[in-house]
Design a protein around this ligand. Structure first.
Ligand code: COA
Length: 160
C-alpha cells in the first residue's frame, strides 16, 4: 500500500534511511529537513512525501518529490529509499511508477533524478535505468573531486 507520509512515519522513515547505509550525516540532515517541512507545513506545495508499506503494514520505503520551481511540467524526485530487508521486491518500482502516474495526470513532461557517480551508487543507477531513466547530464567533480553529479531523466509525451 502506498500513501502520503504521516507524522507517525517520521521515526520509521528516518530509521530506514539510516539503515540503507547509503547516506552520510549531512545527507540525512537534508532528508530530515525536507520531511519536517512536509509534516509541519500542510499548506506548502514544494515537497510531497509518500511511503509504501509491506504486507504487515510496516514502512518499507519512502519517496520525496515535487514540482521543480520555475519550470512548466518538470518534477524532481528528491529522495527515494527502501529498507535493506525490503529491497529487490518491487517497492522502489512501485514508488517511482506512482510518481509517474501523478506527473502524467498533472500534464507533467519530465522527471529528473540526481545522483552521484560514486561506484557505491552503481546499483542505484541500474535501478533508474531499469525504470526507463537515462543519463541526460553530468557535472564533473560536482560533489567532490572525481564525484560527478549525474542527472537522470525521463520525458513524458504531453497530452495533445
Ligand atoms: C534504489 C532503491 C530505491 C531500489 O528500490 P528496490 O525496491 O530495491 O527496487 P525494486 O525491487 O523495485 O527494483 C526495480 C527494478 O530495478 C532493478 N534493480 C534494483 N536494484 C538493482 C541493482 N542493484 N542492480 C540492477 N538492477 C536493480 C530490479 O531488478 C527491478 O527490475 P525487475 O522488476 O525487472 O526485476 C533501493 O535499492 C535503495 O533504497 N537503495 C539505497 C538508497 C538509494 O540508493 N537511494 C537513491 C539515492 S539517489
Amino acid at each position: 500500500m502506498l500513501r502520503p507520509m504521516a507524522k507517525d512515519d517520521r521515526q520509521p522513515v528516518l530509521e530506514l534511511i539510516r539503515a540503507t547505509g547509503f547516506f552520510n550525516e549531512a545527507e540525512i540532515q537534508v532528508a530530515t529537513e525536507l520531511i519536517d517541512i512536509y509534516l509541519n507545513n500542510p499548506d506548502q506545495r514544494d515537497y510531497h512525501i509518500v511511503v509504501v508499506e509491506d504486507e504487515s503494514g510496516n514502512v518499507a520505503g519512502y519517496m520525496t518529490y515535487g514540482p521543480t520551481p520555475l519550470t512548466e511540467g518538470t518534477w524532481d524526485l528528491y529522495w527515494i529509499a527502501v529498507s535493506p530487508g525490503a529491497q529487490g521486491k518491487g517497492y522502489g518500482r512501485q514508488l517511482v511508477n506512482w510518481l509517474e502516474d501523478r506527473v502524467r495526470e498533472s500534464g507533467g513532461r519530465l522527471i529528473l533524478i540526481e545522483t552521484s557517480s560514486q561506484p557505491k551508487y552503481l546499483p542505484t543507477r541500474k535501478f533508474y535505468e531499469k525504470l526507463g531513466y537515462a543519463e541526460i547530464a553530468r557535472i564533473p567533480d560536482f560533489y567532490r573531486p572525481e564525484d560527478d553529479r549525474v542527472i537522470f531523466g525521463k520525458y513524458f509525451r504531453s497530452k495533445e
